[in-house]
Design a protein around this ligand. Structure first.
Ligand SMILES: [Zn+2]
Length: 388
């Protein structure tokens, strides 16, 4: 990370520039455009700040985490401060990259609803990038005229989408309900319109964003529909698996269509399908660790690959390989933990490695396992991420 400090504030300009983008995004979404503020949400009660970690994220740009944590101590803070956390790649230049704003929008989404299905989470976050970015709305690849709701085959495709859902759902809806999308200087206020990066360029690159009102209303509606889904799908809690379950899709889509219909009366009916109660599994994170699932190493460990070969309740067998070794490992997967010991490894090539303990977690890029390994006095960490 460049440590230049042209304004001699004692803080590198890069750090200040990232903080400015996060502040501008939060202010624009929550104060100007009136999206529900995560700081005022039920989920983040007692949370007072956003903690941004600048880290080497390998090829990734950023991550936003759902669970609030105790904040790192800073001179301005109190020891009891709680925070929501995002990681931003330390190599990223916020003057050229809108990731900090994208991650900030995820925090707005997390504060408003428990749904984390990618076509909503990432698709709408991509739409939100247009708030600060220079270009207007971006590509529209589905007719804003509809039909709404979309045909069943389109809905099946949509449910598998992620970032690209922007083009076929969120942008068309924005375009349909908000032709000009002009944000006036009066609406934006002076602090936002005059905020500049360290190179003198404005943080707010243009004055247009189509669809802000309907997106806000959809996010609010999702906060209601997630209660309905929780009840009807008989969730016991909002586990990470439940937040991402395919069964949520009809509830999310119903919220979108119900809100769209308030502005476009020709939108047809859309109801969630009846729930076959016995069919709804009580999912836990370790269910993501199923047979044939493939898990790839991150950052320095890109050559790591783990393939689950067998699984019977909490026991599993997997092939774990890298450029230097190939191991057949036997271990346990229960709740959110995955572990195996070196002595239960069959070495195919190289050595057996150490004892491994992993914790399954979820972030806005999907599901990952954070491992700690130990071998005599040596220990280290690595992360495996589930391949889609
Ligand atoms: Zn994202």
């Amino acid at each position: 990370m460049p440590l230049d400090d042209v304004d001699q504030s004692g803080v590198p300009d890069r750090v200040e520039d990232i903080a400015k983008q996060v502040w501008a995004a939060h202010h624009l979404y929550c104060e100007v455009l009136k999206f529900p503020d995560p700081f005022k949400s039920e989920r983040y009660q007692g949370v007072t700040c956003i903690q941004v970690s600048l880290r080497d994220l390998g090829g990734g740009n950023g991550l936003a985490f759902t669970s609030p944590q105790r904040a790192r101590q800073i001179p301005e803070g109190k020891s009891t401060d709680r925070t929501i956390v995002m990681s931003v790649n330390c190599k990223l230049n916020p003057m050229k990259n809108i990731t900090p704003a994208h991650e900030t929008f995820h925090l707005v989404q997390y504060g408003a609803t428990y749904f984390k299905n990618s076509w909503f989470l990432e698709g709408m976050a991509r739409w939100s990038e247009h708030a600060l970015a220079r270009e207007a709305i971006g590509q529209v690849k589905y007719s804003p005229q509809g039909p709404w709701p979309q045909k069943p085959q389109h809905l099946r495709q949509l449910s598998k989408m992620s970032y690209d859902a922007e083009y076929v759902l969120w942008n068309p809806i924005a375009f349909r309900t908000d032709r000009d999308g002009l944000l006036s200087d009066k609406l934006l206020g002076e602090r936002l319109t005059t905020l500049r990066y360290s190179d003198g360029t404005p943080v707010l690159r243009d004055r247009t964003l189509q669809g802000a009102e309907i997106m806000r209303d959809i996010v609010i509606e999702l906060g209601k529909l997630d209660d309905v889904a929780f009840e009807e799908l008989e969730y016991d809690r909002w586990s990470e698996m439940n937040q991402r379950a395919d069964e949520n899709n009809p509830y999310i889509y119903k919220a979108v269509m119900d809100v769209l219909r308030r502005r476009v009366p020709s939108v047809g009916p859309y109801e969630t399908p009846p729930v076959k109660r016995s069919m709804v599994p009580n999912k836990t994170l370790s269910d993501a660790f199923q047979v044939a699932s493939v898990w790839n190493g991150e950052s320095k460990f890109k050559d790591f690959k783990l393939t689950v070969l067998e699984r019977s309740s909490d026991r599993f067998k997997a092939r774990f390989e890298s450029n230097n070794w190939v191991r057949e490992v036997s271990g346990t997967a229960v709740g959110d933990s995955v572990s195996w010991d070196a002595e239960a490894v069959r070495v195919v090539k190289g050595n057996a490695g150490g004892d491994n303990q992993g914790k399954i977690a979820s972030d806005d890029k999907g599901i990952r396992i954070d491992f700690v390994w130990r071998n005599g006095n040596n220990q280290g960490t690595f992360t495996l991420r589930k391949q889609d």
